[in-house]
Design a protein around this ligand. Structure first.
Ligand SMILES: C[S@@+](CC[C@H](N)C(=O)[O-])C[C@H]1O[C@@H](n2cnc3c(N)ncnc32)[C@H](O)[C@@H]1O
Length: 284
């Protein structure tokens, strides 16, 4: 079994005897303060993944490299971000494959980008449009900590509502406030068969986005879904769902680009009024 070495800058988790973990980034000369107990990073750097380290109070911790999920849960956040449960669905329902060209809207803290970069792999490319320059440096730090250098990632400091430069794109994946404004640009950028995917936080946003996808006339198989992940407590004494879970994060909207020509805005299909609730038949 080959043993990976933990390096300075790596995100790791220190697991105590009770199975609780503490997340940190390794720094030469640095220490992790685990509930008042100090663990020296110099005793971890250069050692194998999954080994043990002693603390100043004589406790022993198991040291593991952080997974993508652990990293995203604990890395510095300067924007709201997409939870790994939703990022996993965006990558799979968004049909992101090794070698794919993906355009992402909204870099934020880089959480979704991490999953997309892993999914496209070294032969693929993720091009992320981001308005705010300060986001870029912070997100890049988060990405570099887990993935190292990423030559398969390009950031465009540009407004995705104004257009997408790339063509023959396999997937367009969005986390921006008004994704319906990107629909015509996604239609122009995606290859026939390509996938449009968007994360949206509210129900009125889903409705507005779906209407925009329908009206432009070149998307099919429009789907909306949400994911609920329920952790379970399993021990010799009991097996039951955890008392707490993340109730709501956001909704996911997907659509396939067909070969049809997009309709110009004035030719778009009229839509039924959207704010009328269908009457529920009374029970007999
Ligand atoms: C909620 S954050 C994205 C979080 C990211 N998906 C993550 O998982 O960390 C939304 C980002 O979209 C950017 N943004 C908003 N409107 C945009 C636009 N029109 N073009 C490009 N980026 C935009 C914001 O600056 C912000 O960084």
């Amino acid at each position: 079994m080959s043993e990976a070495r933990l390096e300075a800058g790596d995100p790791v988790v220190l697991v105590d005897e009770k199975g609780r973990y503490f997340y940190d980034w390794l720094a030469p000369g640095g220490h992790s303060n685990v509930r008042g107990d100090l663990v020296s990073h110099d005793e971890i750097i250069g050692h194998g993944d999954g080994g043990t380290v002693g603390s100043r109070r004589g406790r022993t911790y198991r040291v593991l490299s952080a997974t993508l999920v652990q990293h995203v849960q604990h890395m510095p956040k300067h924007t709201s971000l997409i939870f790994p449960k939703d990022a996993a669905l965006l990558a799979t329902w968004g049909d992101v494959f090794p070698g794919a060209l993906v355009v992402e809207g909204g870099l934020g803290s880089g959480a979704l980008t991490l999953s997309l970069l892993r999914a496209v792999g070294p032969t693929g490319r993720v091009v992320t449009y981001e308005l705010r320059e300060e986001s870029v440096n912070r997100a890049r730090k988060n990405i570099r900590a887990l993935l190292g250098e990423t030559p398969n990632h390009e950031v465009r400091h540009a407004d995705i509502y104004q257009g997408i430069e790339e063509r023959d794109v396999d997937s367009v994946i969005l986390d921006v406030p008004e994704p319906w404004d990107v629909v015509p640009h996604a239609a122009a950028a995606l290859r026939p068969g390509g996938v449009f995917a968007s994360y949206v936080v509210g129900t009125t946003q889903i409705q507005r986005l779906v209407i925009a996808l329908e009206r432009i006339g070149c998307f099919a198989l429009i789907e909306c879904l949400e994911s609920l992940v329920r952790p379970w407590q399993v021990s010799a004494r009991s097996v039951r769902p955890d008392l707490q879970m993340v109730g709501h994060t956001g909704f996911l909207v997907f659509a396939r680009r067909t070969a049809a020509e997009p309709r110009a805005p004035r030719e778009e299909a009229p839509t039924e009024p959207v704010d009328e609730v269908e009457a529920v038949p009374e029970e007999a």
